[in-house]
Design a protein around this ligand. Structure first.
Ligand SMILES: Cc1cc2nc3c(=O)[nH]c(=O)nc-3n(C[C@H](O)[C@H](O)[C@H](O)COP(=O)(O)OP(=O)(O)OC[C@H]3O[C@@H](n4cnc5c(N)ncnc54)[C@H](O)[C@@H]3O)c2cc1C
Length: 356
C-alpha cells in the first residue's frame, strides 16, 4: 500500500481528494487528509462571516465520507522532507510515500510594529469569527479601519456597511487607487460605489504603527474601535520554514509538475506554491486537478507529460454588498448586478458540487 498524505483540506487539498476518489482504479493507495478544522471552509466568503451577513454554518462543508479516505483533524507542526515525515501537534509522526502540501496562507504585516497583535483578520475561519464578534460589539457610530484596498478589503468594507450602516468605515490603501490590479473602469466604479455608501477611502496611506485601538497613517494617530488587516499575504508558516527555494512571500518554487525540486514525491498546491498568477481559489483548484492527474500517472507507472496544459482561469468576481459587484472576465470589465449574480451562482455551484 502507498501512503498519500494531503496537508490542508482547503480549495486545493479538497479538489485533489475529489479528483482521486472519482477515479475507479484507485488501488493500493491510502489517502490521509490532515486538516485542523473538521470541515472544508469557504474562505472566499470570510468577509461576509466577519461582517455578520452570513452564518458560520453556511461556510462549512463536510469532507467526503469514503472508505478510501482517512480524515485526521489535527494540526501539522512540521514537515521533514528528508525523512518523508509529517509531525502533528499531538507529537505523532506520519510517514508518506507522496505528499501534497495545501496549507494556504496567512496575513503578511510588512514589519509594521503592533500590526500582528492589534489587528483583526479574515484569513482563517477562527479569526473571522473573532472579527465578527468584535465588529458586532463596536459602539453605535464607532469607527472601523480596514487596512488594504484589495479584493478582500473592498468586499469587507462594503458588506460591513450593509450590515452596520451606522459604522464609520475607513479603508486605507497604499496605492493611488484601491484595487490597483484592476483596470480603471473597475476601480473607478468601486470607488464611486464606496463613496456613495459612505465608506471613507484613504489613498496613498502608509501605516507605520498599530496600537490597541489606534493606527498611525504617515505617523499620524487615528483612533478606531476595530482595525482589520487585509494588506497582504504570505505562505503558511510550515511552508515558510521549509529549507527549499521560495519567493519573497515564502511560497515554494515548484517544477512544472508542481513538485518541490529535489523532492519529487512532494507536490505543493494553491497559496503555498509560487505560480505566475495571483493566488486564488480557482487557481488552487486548477492546479489540484493537474496534481491528481500526475499522481494517478505515477501510481500507474506512466510518464509525466513533457508539457503541462496551461492553467486557464475564468476571471475574478467581487461583491459590493448583496446586490452589486464587479468582475473581470478576460479583458471584459463587469459592474453592477450581473457580476454579483454570477458570484452567487459560482458559490452555489461550488457548494452543490462539494456536497453541501
Ligand atoms: C476574504 C477573501 C476573499 C477571497 N475571495 C476570492 C474569490 O472571490 N475568488 C478566488 O478565487 N479566491 C478568493 N480568495 C482567495 C482564496 O480564498 C485562496 O486563494 C484559496 O483559499 C487558496 O486555497 P488553498 O487550498 O491554497 O488554501 P486554503 O483554502 O486556505 O486551505 C488551507 C487549509 O489548510 C488548513 N491548515 C492551515 N494550517 C494548518 C495546519 N498547520 N495544520 C492543519 N491544517 C492546516 C486550513 O484550515 C485550511 O483548511 C479570497 C480570500 C479571502 C481571504
Amino acid at each position: 500500500m502507498r501512503n498519500l498524505i494531503i496537508l490542508g483540506g482547503g480549495y486545493g487539498g479538497l479538489r485533489v481528494i475529489q479528483k482521486l476518489l472519482a477515479t475507479n482504479n484507485l488501488k493500493d493507495v491510502n489517502i490521509t487528509l490532515i486538516e485542523k478544522e473538521p470541515y472544508h471552509s469557504l474562505k472566499t466568503e470570510f468577509y461576509a462571516l466577519a461582517a455578520g451577513t452570513v452564518a458560520d454554518k453556511h461556510l462549512r462543508i463536510s469532507f467526503p465520507n469514503d472508505v478510501r479516505l482517512e480524515l485526521k483533524f489535527e494540526t501539522v507542526t512540521e514537515v521533514i522532507l528528508e525523512k518523508q515525515k509529517v509531525v502533528l501537534g499531538t507529537g505523532e509522526n506520519l510517514n508518506y510515500d507522496e505528499l501534497v502540501i495545501g496549507l494556504g496562507c496567512e496575513d503578511r504585516y510588512h514589519g509594521v510594529p503592533g500590526a500582528p497583535e492589534n489587528t483583526l483578520s479574515i484569513q482563517s475561519m477562527r479569526r473571522s469569527r473573532k472579527t465578527y464578534q468584535v465588529l458586532q460589539g463596536v459602539k453605535p457610530h464607532g469607527t472601523v479601519a480596514i487596512v488594504g484596498g484589495g479584493l478582500s478589503g473592498v468586499e469587507l468594507a462594503s458588506e460591513l456597511k450593509e450590515s452596520r450602516p451606522d459604522l464609520n468605515v475607513m479603508l486605507f490603501d497604499r496605492g493611488k487607487n484601491i484595487l490597483s490590479m484592476f483596470p480603471p473602469k473597475l476601480y473607478n466604479y468601486v470607488t464611486d460605489w464606496l463613496i456613495e455608501h459612505d465608506v471613507k477611502i484613504i489613498n496613498e496611506a502608509n501605516i507605520t504603527k498599530v496600537e490597541r485601538d489606534v493606527l498611525y497613517n504617515h505617523g499620524k494617530p487615528i483612533p478606531a474601535d476595530a482595525i482589520i488587516w487585509t494588506a497582504g499575504i504570505q505562505a503558511n508558516k510550515i511552508v515558510r520554514q521549509l529549507d527549499v527555494e521560495k519567493d519573497s512571500i515564502g511560497r515554494v518554487q515548484v517544477t512544472k509538475h508542481h513538485q518541490i525540486p529535489g523532492y519529487e514525491e512532494v507536490f505543493v498546491v494553491g497559496d503555498c506554491a509560487a505560480l505566475n498568477h495571483a493566488p486564488s481559489a480557482q487557481l488552487a483548484e486548477s492546479q489540484a486537478e493537474q496534481i491528481a492527474m500526475l499522481l494517478t500517472k505515477k501510481w500507474h507507472g506512466e510518464p509525466f507529460p513533457n508539457e503541462m496544459p496551461k492553467i486557464k482561469l475564468k476571471g475574478v468576481l467581487g461583491s459590493l454588498g448583496k446586490k452589486h459587484g464587479f468582475g473581470l472576465m478576460g479583458e471584459k470589465a463587469l459592474t453592477g448586478r450581473v457580476p454579483r449574480v454570477l458570484k452567487s451562482g459560482v458559490l452555489w455551484m461550488y457548494k452543490h458540487h462539494s456536497g453541501y
